[in-house]
Design a protein around this ligand. Sequence first.
Ligand SMILES: [Fe+2]
Ligand SMILES: [Fe+2]
Length: 252
Amino acid sequence: MKSRKPKIYVSAEQCPQAGRERMIMPQPIEVIGNNARNPEPELLQRMRDTGAVFMMGQNPDLCVMPERPKLLDFFHFRFSDIAYMHLLQSAKLALDGGQEEKVVVACLLHDIANGALLRSDHGYWGAQMIAPYVSEEIAWAVQQHQALRYFADESVGFKYPDAYNQFFGADYKPPEYLCKAHEEARNHRWYMTSRLITIYDIYSFQEGWDLDPDQFTDIIGRHFKEPEEGLGFDNSPAAHMWRSMIWPHNFL
Ligand SMILES: [Fe+2]
Ligand SMILES: [Fe+2]
């Protein structure tokens, strides 16, 4: 992971609420249905007993983001190592495969929701995150890859991924809404843009690649409209999603 930019941290004293214990409440989606893992009652009691507060703003355990963050800043400073490599490898394979730039960008962004936000229905979340900044076709392709990965297309050499038999069990069947999404996507004029995501996707969990995200700067510049105010601060319909990755531990 040599190509990741060095991270800059600040001390707890330089963060909001300095000098007080700052507690992190897990997101509801992490603990739903599992009361044993939900610390909400204890943390509220701790607040009353000790004067501790809930985390708002910069967490000293996370590196500081630039004031006006751009797309690649989230790659460098927020995404998990696995998501970081997976997205870069997918995009590189599409580029080396001679695909159009819109496909390369779709591959680079296809699992962006997994980077630092949410895994469940990640194609849909990811499409909403990027929709204000990319073409309708790229956002559509990212959304539809959610469904297409579950359905083989022998005409382009795409088989149901072996990994899914391990992840979900060999008897797993995708739910109705994904079956319908697949049917609709198959008949859509942008089908192949999304299908190509799935083709470059399945090979992209390799160890030992040292890919510098900056090699995609020019392509990103042509296909991703970076807001002047920075991602999270441009008042777009998706700005809150980017802010949630900048300050993922905000209590509210
Ligand atoms: Fe995905
Ligand atoms: Fe993927």
